[in-house]
Design a protein around this ligand. Structure first.
Ligand SMILES: *[C@@H]1O[C@H](CO)[C@@H](O)[C@H](O)[C@H]1NC(C)=O
Length: 315
């Protein structure tokens, strides 16, 4: 009995993250590349948060959501990137069961919050463009706070319900995860207790938190585009479109990779391609969001210029 218990416990204390395998001389190169990406992501997103908080002109729902999205992305990428970077440097590829579950929980929650926030931002643009007269009343500070907190609460609850299932997957055989993070799909493959109920619950929860916001975004943009096309003056049409173009680009980038990843039958998806797509939406897209918003957006650029000027003035 005591022996069984010991065996049960040790059987799940560690996983081995295979990462990208042995890349020899490329290891350092990739380390530097992803370190640069990580530093740029953190700097860009924190800059957006600072601008949104500091600049009075950016105190509107659209920029509050953008600030919240940027803050979220710093957390999101920080759940994945440090471990990825360490994987290029250290030989030890083990990840404790607890670390794996923790990463799974936070990544799942933050990814789900990201989907909801993108939907909230689409709804904000929908109201602003299709309902301009009532926009200020409908999107007041209380509603903004409500939408943001609802995203966080559903994200963490959904993730808890999925991660809560993991102890039911019995890990008795090999414990090698063929990825650079604690990947739910890989955990399911390693499970010895094939439980359709657990797999179903996980599949349903993951689909709900990503697909429902996605459908919401699609509907919002169909309404937005049809409203924009009805605008007679081409100058005003262009202005209306430009306020939502950055968001549309960010949504396409994020959902684009996820859709390619989950729509390709897993038999056809080589592990290398799967890892590359995961890298794309976990580590690379968070870097693009601040770039997309600051390059395309006059107000963000203006706020940035003001900060630079003020600091130059102080010197
Ligand atoms: C997040 O949104 C709330 C209101 O919706 C706002 O008060 C807060 O400043 C935002 N946070 C950031 C970092 O932009």
């Amino acid at each position: 009995m005591a022996h069984m218990q010991w065996k049960n416990e040790t059987s799940i204390t560690k996983f081995i993250l295979l990462g990208f395998g042995n890349l020899n001389e490329f290891q350092i190169l990739l380390f530097v590349l992803f370190l640069v990406i990580y530093v740029l992501t953190m700097a860009g997103n924190l800059l957006i948060v600072a601008l949104v908080v500091a600049d009075q002109q950016l105190h509107t729902p659209m920029y509050f959501f953008l600030g919240n999205l940027s803050f979220l992305e710093t957390c999101y990428t920080s759940v994945i990137a440090p471990r990825l970077l360490a994987g290029f440097l250290v030989e030890d590829r083990t990840m404790s069961y607890r670390d794996c579950i923790t990463q799974l929980f936070f990544f799942g929650a933050l990814a789900s919050i990201e989907c909801s926030l993108l939907a909230v931002m689409a709804y904000d643009r929908y109201l602003a463009i299709c309902n301009p007269l009532r926009y200020k009343v409908m999107m007041n500070l209380r509603v903004c706070l409500l939408l943001v907190s609802a995203s966080w609460i559903t994200g963490f609850s959904a993730s808890a319900s999925v991660v809560g299932m993991v102890p039911d997957l019995n890990f008795c055989g090999p414990k090698e995860i063929n990825n650079f993070f604690c990947d739910m799909e890989e955990l399911l493959k390693l499970s010895c207790a094939k439980s359709p109920l657990v797999e179903m619950t996980i599949l349903v929860s993951c689909s709900l938190v990503s697909l429902v916001p996605f459908l919401f975004i699609i509907v919002s943009y169909v309404l937005i585009l049809s409203a924009i096309l009805r605008i007679a003056s081409s100058a005003r049409r262009q202005k209306a479109f430009s306020t939502c173009a950055s968001h549309l680009l960010v949504v396409s980038l994020y959902y684009g990779t996820i859709i390619i990843m989950y729509m390709t039958p897993s038999a056809e998806l080589s592990p290398g391609f799967h890892k590359a797509l995961s890298l794309m939406y976990m580590v690379v897209t968070p870097m693009f969001n601040p770039i997309i918003y600051s390059l395309r957006n006059q107000e963000v650029k203006g706020a940035f210029r003001k900060v630079i000027m003020q600091n130059l003035g102080m010197i």
